[in-house]
Write a protein that binds this ligand. Structure first.
Ligand code: GDP
Length: 295
């Protein structure tokens, strides 16, 4: 699992705390600095790290431990709580309430968007939903076939037309098509590349206005480090981001960059991609994630 290094570094910091005799201001500051270093080395956005560690330090210095807990235990609890809060606090499962629920996925080419759309479709299908996929990527002719190939073995239908040049029209027609078929969930996959970035963002806005999705899902590559924060902000400016899928967390990714995307968009991570196979998608739970990270 990626982020192992971060977990180790955070654990070392907390172990330093556990091993020491008395807990004084100097020790707290040292431990907070260690946590800071660990997060920055894992590529978490520096500004976010400073904010986070400032809160941890302030709480650790000022708060009195609750009855029955030692100072050390309380500080460990603070670190746990603040990290969890940073990642979105509560687990927020994807809600499928209306029929059909329309989802729009956005993200740049190579982020793992197409794979994630297929994984998500399969995930929902396994939970009993009928899913239809719309490929509105008019820039990469292979996108439609790639998606089709990924989901065809499971009988999931893909609407698309590799000849069509109008992405907004494709998205609108695709949604209408699947509405007519009475599916439960329609996932519209948008382009990840354009002649220029402004074109990509503009197209996304138009698609979003045309199909009025229940939720826009941003797909972020877990391996891109510090860029993730700005990338997430750029997408957020175009359309409200409802949730995030972080991909490729199975590899050697430091992962912290993508985690910063949460802070940038304010949207929770709902799934993480942990491999190339269609079943390699896990619902994300911040509490469990931090527990695992801190071991
Ligand atoms: P797109 O251009 O954003 O649509 O990206 P693709 O879905 O085509 O994915 C790009 C590459 O990343 C492909 O080789 C995928 O198999 C790979 N990929 C996607 N998600 C994951 C993941 O969670 N783990 C790993 N290891 N590879 C992934």
């Amino acid at each position: 699992m990626a982020l192992e290094k971060l977990g180790k570094a955070l654990n070392n910091a907390l172990r330093k705390l556990a091993r020491s005799g008395t807990v004084d201001e100097a020790l707290i500051k040292e431990v907070v600095r260690d946590i800071q270093r660990a997060l920055i080395q894992a590529d978490v956005n520096v500004r976010m790290v400073l904010q986070l560690t400032k809160t941890i330090e302030k709480r650790a210095l000022e708060e009195k431990p609750p009855a029955g807990a030692s100072k050390k235990e309380h500080i460990i609890q603070i670190v746990y709580e603040e990290l969890t809060k940073f990642l979105g606090k509560e687990a927020k499962p994807l809600e499928i309430k209306d029929k059909p629920t329309v989802l729009l996925t956005v993200g740049i080419q190579g982020s793992g968007k197409t794979t994630s759309v297929a994984k998500l479709a399969r995930h929902l299908q396994k939970r009993g939903y009928r899913v239809g996929l719309v490929c509105s990527d008019t820039w990469r002719p292979g996108a439609y076939y790639q998606l089709k190939q990924l989901v065809e073995p499971f009988g999931i239908e893909v609407f698309g037309d590799p000849e069509e040049k109008d992405a907004v029209k494709l998205a609108r027609e695709g949604v209408e098509y699947f509405k007519g078929k009475g599916v439960d969930v329609i996932i519209v996959d948008s382009a990840g590349r354009h002649k220029e970035e402004t074109g990509l963002i503009e197209e996304m806005k138009q698609i979003s206005e045309a199909i009025k999705p229940h939720e826009v899902i941003l797909v972020i590559d877990g391996t891109i480090g510090q860029q993730a924060y700005n990338q997430a902000l750029a997408f957020k400016e175009a359309t409200p981001i409802g949730s995030i899928i972080v991909t490729k967390l199975d590899g050697s990714a430091k992962g912290g960059g993508a985690l910063s995307a949460v802070a940038a968009t304010g949207a929770p991570i709902k799934f993480i991609g942990v491999g190339e196979r269609i079943d390699d998608l896990e619902p994300f739970d911040p509490k469990r994630f931090v527990s695992r990270l801190l071991g």
